[in-house]
Design a protein around this ligand. Structure first.
Ligand code: DP6
Length: 325
């Protein structure tokens, strides 16, 4: 049987400044630029086979077949690659995450980055990392950043061509640690895609977009100088700005739980005690605590003794997406 097949791996990332809201919803062109760190311990491995004998696309994630809107989203991504390669062959996609998908770590970033690299590899498309990043963005905005390792900037602009990620520093630049603090595993009620559409209904959205441009300038400099206090302060400020936009959207989105607030206050107490720790929070209740290696043992001990904490995953800067085998 004729087939074109490839396997790729990619990792999730944590945004230090957030992508929230689109300039163009259909093309997923972000309203603002964002900067992230790719996470080493959150890996997706995806195999794609385009085959002459398949009647429809089949997608299996962590041994479960996708259906409905989740399947449709992957089919649209496969269509982008079929168009580029000039084929009508359907595909079988098999994907595994080595981290629990319910743990509040965005699997769409690693998932669509791995899918993008696997599709390009399977169909023999000669695409630059920038093109791969642009294409990954069409599947999930944050996936554009997961094409690269280390510290990554996602550009935006008026057209599809302008919205791609670029690596700022590789994974070995700086050992920033991200303690992913899981306080809830329940599925979020409003997925990011729907949340992005609502951002513009908040009276705070445009103010945040203006502010984050200034924050990104300072963040780039702080990363270049390995100035952890500034990186942490900026990450906290933009997390709070994004959640202010979410909370004041119509309808209002409140992703935090009482346990989320408890960890926020815990982080502030650590700082009062001289421990360098800062929080950031994505579209969910779980908290990412950013710190440096010398504080990790202390923070892990405190977090594991805290009754609101279900699990802690320790991540460091990870590598970008690549073909395997
Ligand atoms: C809060 O990339 O998950 O994590 O493009 O709809 O898949 P889609 O959205 P997604 O949005 C990310 C939202 C965020 C912030 C961030 O990672 O920048």
């Amino acid at each position: 049987m004729q087939r074109y097949e490839a396997t790729a791996e990619a990792r999730a990332n944590i945004a230090l400044t957030k992508y929230w809201g689109n300039a163009d919803d259909r093309l997923r062109i972000p309203a603002n630029e964002s900067i992230s760190m790719t996470l080493d311990r959150t890996r997706t491995v995806t195999t794609v086979s385009f085959r002459a004998d398949l009647k429809a696309d089949e997608v299996v994630v962590d041994d479960r077949p996708l259906a409905g809107a989740a399947l449709e989203r992957v089919v649209r991504h496969l269509d982008l690659f079929r168009d580029l390669a000039g084929t009508t062959w359907r595909a079988r996609v098999v994907s595994h995450n080595n981290f629990p998908t319910g743990a509040g770590i965005a699997s769409s970033a690693s998932g669509f980055a791995a899918l993008t690299v696997a599709c390009a590899g399977a169909l023999g498309l000669d695409l630059s990392p920038r093109d791969l990043s642009r294409l990954a963005r069409r599947g999930s905005g944050s996936a554009a950043r997961s094409i690269f390792g280390g510290f990554v900037l996602l550009h935006t602009g008026p057209s599809d061509e302008d919205a791609f990620a670029e690596p700022l520093h590789g994974p070995d630049w700086w050992e920033v640690c991200d303690l992913v603090v899981v306080v809830s595993r329940s599925e979020k009620k409003t997925p990011s895609t729907a949340g992005h559409h609502l951002a513009r209904t908040s009276p705070l959205h445009l103010a945040r977009v203006a502010r984050v441009a200034a924050l990104n300038e300072r963040l780039r400099q702080a990363l270049a100088e390995r100035d952890f206090a500034t990186v942490g302060e900026i990450a906290e400020e933009d997390a709070l700005l994004m959640h202010a936009v979410m909370m004041t959207s119509r309808p209002s989105l409140i992703y935090w739980l009482p346990e989320t607030m408890a960890i926020i206050h815990r982080v502030r107490r650590w700082r009062e005690e001289g421990v360098q720790a800062y929080f950031t929070i994505d579209a969910g209740p779980n908290v990412h605590v950013l710190t440096l290696p010398e504080h990790v043992d202390r923070l892990l001990t405190d977090l594991r003794a805290d009754p609101v904490v279900q699990e802690v995953l320790l991540c460091r800067p990870g590598r970008g997406a690549s073909l395997m085998g």
